[in-house]
Design a protein around this ligand. Structure first.
Ligand code: UD1
Ligand code: CA
Length: 431
């Protein structure tokens, strides 16, 4: 498909989102909405242009994390507002130009490829809706599009039309070359409507074909409510694909799995689990209500109710309830209950007792804890980093470790246990 340009319109203010964040940077399953439009567009063409205006530097910076070969065009919104204005200062170099919106995160390149099978000067996407509110209405006669009327400009009978403009078009170059310069802003919004090219072309006898598309793929996100509906659909897709891959989900609707998360082997994910970022889960069981961020979990069981924070690497381990792990490597470790393990390396056969805390922060800097093999850490141990505990060490319950511990030793720090007889009765004055 060498003769195709794709233009993604993303210069709008997105007023209906009621947000300081530009609309196309709102996230769905971990990626900004615009990421999905660009990703699908790049499957079809290597000439992808994104039209920006509002907070364009911020948007470009976010997209630069993922794409290096996109051209950004800044729209002259002051003089030429509107979807037609967005194409005003673009030079059309290819025979066919596909125009998409940056607020369609559910779009799929396979759906877009269907546009190219239709022979016409303009192919435009149409959704049949019971409730067409908010969209431009499309007048169709004899299977050809006659015109598009924006809701604001529509007559009462036009408002009743339930064929709506989904906002994706395939134009021949000569159509845009001829009609974009002719657009006017003589309408209620005082905007240059891309949709007006359709009526002008029709009056000149050009062929304008509708393509009926499904709402799920072409849904535009205009409000936070739309955003949540799109997120719901995206999450269903992600989990369905993973279940087909052989991953077990107990109550998938209650889990949130970002698009970037990878699974390998046989895994079970219980209800209420959230997994974010570049996490890898391999041959592991994630029990109910765990949160895992940017971490690797291999041959392990986690939770219920455990939190694994970024840059953790957990292998052959068992992590139990109310355990928080951050930026730590655990290999063959058991940490069954109530612990905080941060900036640490913990080796094979080590058992972390309930209430163990790595004190990794002194108020200024973070420090590392290194724990060797077969260490038995008694309950309620505080390990004040930086510290190294060698192999085969025992630490008595309640110990505060402030120095390195040599291989094979017992470490114990406790004040002696005292008894004061009949104290209770003296204190409360009873008996
Ligand atoms: C547009 C269509 C409408 C269609 C709907 C489908 C027009 C005139 N109307 O309306 O027929 O039913 O999409 O979702 O085209 N944009 C710019 N520059 C601008 C204005 C908008 O790049 O000056 C971008 C927006 O960022 C957005 C897209 O164009 O990605 C559509 O703009 P939006 O304001 O959402 O258009 P609608 O009013 O929804
Ligand atoms: Ca829209």
């Amino acid at each position: 498909m060498n003769n195709i340009s794709i233009i993604i319109l993303s210069a709008g203010f997105g007023t209906r989102m009621k947000s300081k964040t530009p609309k196309v940077l709102h996230k769905i399953s971990g990626y900004a909405m615009l990421y999905y439009s660009i990703k699908e567009a790049r499957k079809i063409s290597n000439d992808v242009k994104v039209v920006l205006y509002h907070k364009h530097e911020m948007i470009k910076k976010e997209m630069d994390k993922y794409f290096s070969d996109i051209e950004y065009v800044i729209q002259d919104v002051e003089n030429f507002p509107g979807t037609g204005g967005a194409l005003k200062n673009i030079n059309f170099t290819k025979d066919k130009i596909l125009v998409l919106n940056g607020d369609m995160p559910l779009i799929d390149s396979k759906e877009l490829e269907k546009f190219f099978n239709i022979d016409a000067d303009i192919v435009m996407s149409i959704i049949k809706l019971n409730n067409p509110k908010g969209y431009g209405r499309v007048v169709i006669e004899d299977n050809e599009v006659v015109k598009i009327v924006e809701e604001k400009d529509a007559t009462q009978s036009e408002l009743n039309i339930n064929n709506v403009n989904a906002g994706v078009y395939l134009f021949s170059k000569d159509i845009l070359d001829k009609y974009i310069p002719m657009l006017s802003n003589n309408n209620k919004s005082k905007e240059y409507y891309l949709t007006d090219t359709v009526e002008m072309a029709k009056l000149d006898g050009k062929k304008i074909k509708p393509i009926f598309v499904n709402e799920e793929n072409f849904k535009g996100v205009n409000s936070k409510f739309d955003l949540s509906c799109a997120e719901d659909i995206m999450q269903d897709r992600i989990k369905k694909e993973l279940m087909m891959q052989g991953i077990y989900f107990r109550l998938p609707k209650t889990t949130y799995i970002e698009k970037s998360v990878k699974f390998e082997g046989e895994c079970a994910i219980e209800n209420g689990v959230c997994i974010y970022g570049n996490s890898l889960i391999k041959n592991s069981h994630i029990k109910a209500h765990c949160i895992i961020e940017d971490s690797t979990i291999i041959n392990s069981s986690i939770g219920p109710i455990a939190r694994i924070r970024p840059k953790s690497d957990i292998q052959d381990s068992h992590i139990g309830n109310f355990t928080e792990i951050k930026k730590s490597t655990l290999k063959g470790v058991k940490a069954g209950h109530l612990s905080y393990l941060g900036d640490s390396f913990i080796d094979e056969g080590t058992n972390v007792g309930a209430g163990t805390i790595t004190c990794n922060y002194d108020g200024k800097k973070k420090y590392k804890t290194t724990i060797g093999k077969n260490v038995f850490i008694g309950s309620d141990t505080q390990i004040v980093a930086p510290v190294t505990i060698e192999d085969d060490v025992m630490i008595a319950a309640g110990t505060t470790v402030t120095k390195d511990i040599k291989k094979g030793s017992l470490a114990i720090s406790r004040s002696p246990l005292k008894f004061i007889e009949n104290f209770f009765y003296k204190f409360f004055g009873k008996k």
